[in-house]
Design a binder for this molecule. Structure first.
Ligand SMILES: [Zn+2]
Length: 631
């Protein structure tokens, strides 16, 4: 059955962050690049809650601080300097990045502002060495057309990217961040919450992604674009979903969140029908270690052997609720479990809706129910871990169960690769912003705006028509190029190398997509390298059949070039003399068959010769030679 999302009242707003491939970072001269080697420098900082201007601690900041965490930063000298380490004030705002955002903003029909003021936004998870993120609005109040619909665009901002998390130390008490990513320019654009279906959300995101790429300055590869979604339902809640990395995943994420909220609304109705009141859910935790003294359940056995304990809590009238599915593979029990993991640092929870299982027997369950005085209509949740952790975990479980009676809790969630989402943290309060006093305002003059307006990239529909006309591409290829990250490169290659446009287009769209699917790290190969490969094809030193192999090789061998790839893969083209010699030899070796087949011998010989020289000779040259020798 088709779901009428608009009728149910689904509303989605998008916030898209795209890294910009400018020459330097936003506030220093470092290149916007990441490093893979071991860090040259590490330094330790402790998280402190910052007092905002109003003297209040930001709730999100306080929440992070509560966890009592230390941060270890990792750096190398090529990708960061004293600015990223917060040992030197930021340099003036990168003008190139401002112009890229202005370009995108004008393509989205926004109004540029006159004076750019850099602001500080409190971020205290350690991902910024300063404790805040610098951000500035460049333009606002625009719109884009997606199909027949006009989508209002709220604003375009320029922000510094944060450091990236690389792992944790000391049982999670120290978080490691790499500061190479810190300071890379990000354009952030936000739509109004006027998107009414999962498909529409994806179409709008694709349209925005296309405009950002048309600036020619969008970084590419996984992690360079990140989408945040605000999804809300009437009677549900406003849920912020962070970190969708692939545009293709957006419709699924929205669909699953819609399902999850509907499911939770139904749970609320069911609990109310059963007469459950939040205050009936009590933080009364019972030590049930004795019940499991002889247990065969591995997780519990291991915990008890370590001297830890098992504690349980009764959820009155919750029987059957926890096994209700909200998203594929995700049940109400998972909601409780996510909270327990987060606040109680436990590996997970057990509950009676999924029992008997995991080696827990019916006898143990009977004793467990008895220990917490639970009847048939009640559910019991139990956890095995240290005293402190089981207490925090069960407390979080009870809180989440109380929220289930009220409906959908507003929270920030994080998107998984399969499109489902998981609890991330409570919703932060409204972002606290205050002026960055180290950076003077940047003026956006009318002259600058007019200069940029005069040189805007052509809009998508026009471009598609031009690609088809100018390069003889079919509609499908032209569309694929528009959606690809390689549209600009396509035209450069075709113009410079003389290689057939269709060959280049197929490689940059379909071939790269399938290479990526096969696990080739496509983003490791630079535009210059790709250009070089096609120069090889254009000049006849490389066959077009060998392009994919050369590309894959280059993706695994950094700092190597086309010549290295050709040598390593044994792709050196055969000279005409070498080829003639080989053809003669093949004819001699197959003399008998050639005599028998006569004119039909060509096909057979072509097969034999091409098997020998694939990637080392142009099939057209082989054909000519064979025909000449056979006649
Ligand atoms: Zn720097």
């Amino acid at each position: 059955m088709e779901i009428d999302y608009a009728k149910v009242g689904l509303k989605v707003g998008l916030e898209i962050h795209q890294q910009l491939n400018t020459h330097t970072k936003l506030f220093c001269g470092c290149p916007p690049a990441l490093f893979k080697e071991e860090p040259e420098i590490t330094f330790l900082r402790r998280l402190r809650p910052t007092q905002s201007e109003l003297g209040q601690v930001d709730p999100a900041a306080f929440f992070e601080f509560q966890k009592g965490i230390k941060i270890q930063y990792e750096a190398n000298r090529d990708t960061s300097c004293l600015v990223e380490m917060d040992e030197e004030p930021p340099h003036p705002l990168n003008r190139e990045a401002v112009e890229v955002v202005l370009t995108a903003a004008l393509m989205m029909n926004m109004q540029p502002i006159d004076e750019v003021h850099v602001m500080r936004k409190t971020v205290i998870d350690g991902s910024n060495t300063t404790g805040f993120q610098r951000t500035c609005i460049i333009a606002s109040d625009g719109w884009i057309k997606v199909g027949e619909k006009t989508i209002p665009m709220q604003a375009a901002s320029l922000e510094e990217d944060a450091a990236r998390k690389t792992g944790t130390l000391d049982n999670g008490k120290t978080i490691c961040y790499r500061i190479d990513r810190l300071g890379i320019p990000l354009i952030e654009v936000a739509t109004a919450p006027v998107i009414y279906s999962p498909t529409e959300a994806q179409e709008v995101a694709l349209a925005i992604g296309r405009i950002l790429r048309d600036t020619g300055k969008a970084m590419r590869g996984l992690g360079t674009i990140r989408q945040d979604l605000n999804v809300s339902l009437p009677n549900g809640a406003l849920i912020e979903i962070k970190g969708v990395q692939e545009l293709e995943l957006i419709s699924k994420v929205v669909e699953y969140e819609f399902q999850r909220q509907l499911g939770l609304i139904q749970v609320k109705a069911e609990l109310q029908k059963r007469g459950v009141k939040p205050e009936a859910l009590k933080e009364k935790f019972v030590d049930v270690s004795e019940v499991f003294r002889q247990t065969q359940c591995k997780v519990i056995r291991k915990a008890l052997d370590k001297g830890q304990k098992v504690a349980a809590v009764k959820l009155p009238k919750f029987s059957g609720i926890l096994k209700r599915e909200l998203m594929p593979g995700f049940r109400v029990g998972t909601e409780l479990s996510d909270r327990a993991k987060f606040w109680g640092r436990v590996g997970g929870i057990f509950h009676t809706d999924e029992m008997p299982a995991y080696g827990v027997t019916a006898e143990e369950l009977g004793a467990l129910r008895e220990a917490v005085a639970a009847g048939k209509e009640d559910a019991v949740v139990f956890v095995a871990d240290t005293s402190e952790n089981v207490h925090d975990a069960l407390k979080a479980v009870v809180e989440r169960a109380q929220e289930a009676v009220e409906g959908v809790p507003a929270e920030t969630r994080t998107a998984k690769d399969d499109g489902t989402t998981r609890y991330m943290r409570p919703r932060p309060g409204a972002a606290r912003m205050y002026p960055e006093t180290d950076i003077p305002p940047t003026l956006i003059t009318a002259e600058l705006v007019e200069k940029i307006r005069g040189n805007l990239p052509e809009p998508a529909e026009k471009k598609q028509a031009r690609l088809m006309k100018q390069y003889g591409l079919n509609e499908k290829l032209a569309k694929q190029l528009l959606d690809s990250e390689y549209g600009v490169l396509f035209e450069a290659i075709t113009k410079e190398t003389g290689v057939a446009a269709t060959t280049v287009a197929v490689f940059l769209t379909e071939t790269l997509k399938s290479l990526r699917r096969d696990g080739v790290a496509v983003e490791n190969v630079t535009d210059d390298q790709i250009m070089d490969v096609f120069r090889g094809v254009g000049s006849g030193t490389l066959t077009k059949e060998a392009v994919a192999d050369v590309f894959s090789w280059l993706s695994e061998h950094e700092d190597k070039d086309l010549q290295d790839a050709v040598d390593a893969l044994g792709l050196k083209m055969l000279s005409r003399a070498e080829l003639a010699e080989l053809v003669d030899r093949m004819i001699a070796e197959n003399r008998q068959s050639v005599d028998q087949l006569r004119k039909k011998a060509f096909g057979m010989l072509m097969g034999i010769v091409m098997k020998e020289v694939r990637g080392k000779a142009d099939p057209a040259v082989v054909t000519a030679l064979l025909k000449e020798r056979l006649s």
